[in-house]
Ligand binder design. Structure first.
Ligand SMILES: *Cc1c(COP(=O)(O)O)cnc(C)c1O
Length: 397
């Protein structure tokens, strides 16, 4: 919901800078941070009216002008009717599930989703009678076979972490809708700058604002985008009651992050592609996983579904885990951390960090080998990132 009617006419870059801003009587140019927990009313009647409508400024667990500006801007960028911001990406997933599911319902999820998402489904939603079946992301037949009469949600991330597999969003949306199922896409890796899942039939889009929306590794937050009823009314109802709300300060950081999102995603993608191409020529490297490479089995789908290939590159080393750790330990510039989407490049060993809690058999099934390294390519000079990796590759070759 943009504040300016003309916003719908604007291109992506313009929306990223302009959508959602509401100027106060002070005439500020930049969006202000409304650090206030509550709002005052002119009189008792206005307070009563606002409370009974449940809309407008009342209390910052419900709504806050800075949070609203971020929500409206992100909704405009995704092409969704409504957006609700949350205190983290996980809170966005929780709010979605708590609102849309009831005991007895069933989720079909891609097996390669974010680790905490799997824990949320398995450890917590299961306690309330919501079961989850996991299927390979890129196998539509497996999704079809997993559908039960009580299936309510399809849940996926594309590209997946860390093997950069893709889902055909349109194919899964068609399958879901034929069975009255909602398709939820976690769009963290691409962001709307590179992929707009609603164009391919997704019903809800999830974000961890913590990653590329912030883009500089500062704040934790999240959002759900979708239609005005499910998101604007139903999920908003859960949020204002249960309270996993986004702080106005974090909303402001994300709001300003959106202004440079497209520029950053293009730069991340260009650097990642260069790096992936170079890694493919390295003798110590066994395989590179990056959708921008013609060697990627879903390269054509990536070109159709995404307007860029993103900033995450994974690769396997011939020397197994010792080589992977040696490469990681030889870096001086790239940060050893599991976070991603930062201006700073980061490197991690998924098998012993993000996917360390899986059993060896589960890891093997997910294709997360000991030899795998994942890089979130930042905004440093590509030559410097390459040099930082070259040192380690020389040692392991
Ligand atoms: C980080 C991440 C999340 C969770 O977000 P938080 O902000 O850490 O709660 C969800 N999905 C994906 C793909 C992520 O990378």
């Amino acid at each position: 919901m943009n504040t300016h009617e003309d916003d719908v006419e604007l291109g992506f870059a313009s929306l990223a800078v302009r959508a959602g801003q509401v100027r106060t009587h002070e005439g500020e140019h930049a969006e202000p941070i409304f650090l206030t927990s509550s709002f005052v009313f002119a009189n008792a009647a206005e307070a009563a009216a606002r409370f009974s409508a449940g809309e407008g400024n009342i209390y910052s667990r419900f709504t806050n002008p800075t949070v609203r500006m971020f929500q409206d801007r992100l909704a405009a960028l995704e092409g969704g009717e409504s957006c609700i911001a949350t205190g983290s990406g996980m809170a966005a997933i929780l709010a979605t599930c708590m609102t849309l599911l009831k005991s007895g319902d069933h989720i079909v999820s891609a097996s390669g989703v974010f680790g905490s998402t799997i824990s949320l489904f398995n450890l917590y939603l299961s306690k309330f009678g919501v079961a989850t079946t996991y299927v390979p992301l890129a196998d539509p037949a497996a999704w079809a076979a997993a559908i039960r009469p009580e299936t309510r949600l399809f849940y996926l991330e594309t590209p997946s972490n860390p093997l950069m597999e893709l889902a055909d969003i349109q194919a899964l949306a068609d399958l879901a809708h034929a069975h009255d199922i909602l398709l939820v896409v976690d769009n963290c890796f691409c962001t709307p700058a590179l992929q707009q899942p609603f164009k391919f039939g997704a019903d809800l889009v999830i974000h961890s604002g913590t990653k590329y929306l912030d883009g500089q590794g500062r704040c934790v937050g999240g959002a759900v985008v979708g239609d005005a009823q499910r998101v604007g009314k139903d999920i908003f109802g859960f949020l204002r009651t249960a309270g996993p709300s986004l702080s106005p300060f974090n909303a402001w950081v994300f709001l300003k992050g959106l202004e440079t999102l497209q520029l950053r995603m293009r730069a991340h993608s260009a650097a990642a592609l260069q790096l992936a191409q170079w890694l493919e020529t390295q003798p110590a490297v066994k395989q590179v996983y990056y959708p921008g490479l013609p060697s990627h089995p879903q390269h054509e789908l990536a070109k159709r579904q995404q307007s860029g290939f993103g900033g995450i590159v994974s690769f396997e080393l011939r020397g197994g885990q010792p080589a992977a750790w040696q490469l990681i330990d030889a870096t001086r510039l790239i940060s050893i951390t599991a976070n991603l989407g930062d201006a700073k490049s980061t490197i991690t060993h998924p098998a012993t960090t993000t996917h360390g809690r899986l059993t060896p058999a589960e890891r093997e099934r997910a294709g997360i080998r000991e030899s795998l390294v994942r890089i979130s390519v930042g905004l440093e000079d590509v030559a410097d990132i390459r040099q930082d990796l070259e040192r380690g590759l020389r040692q392991t070759a």
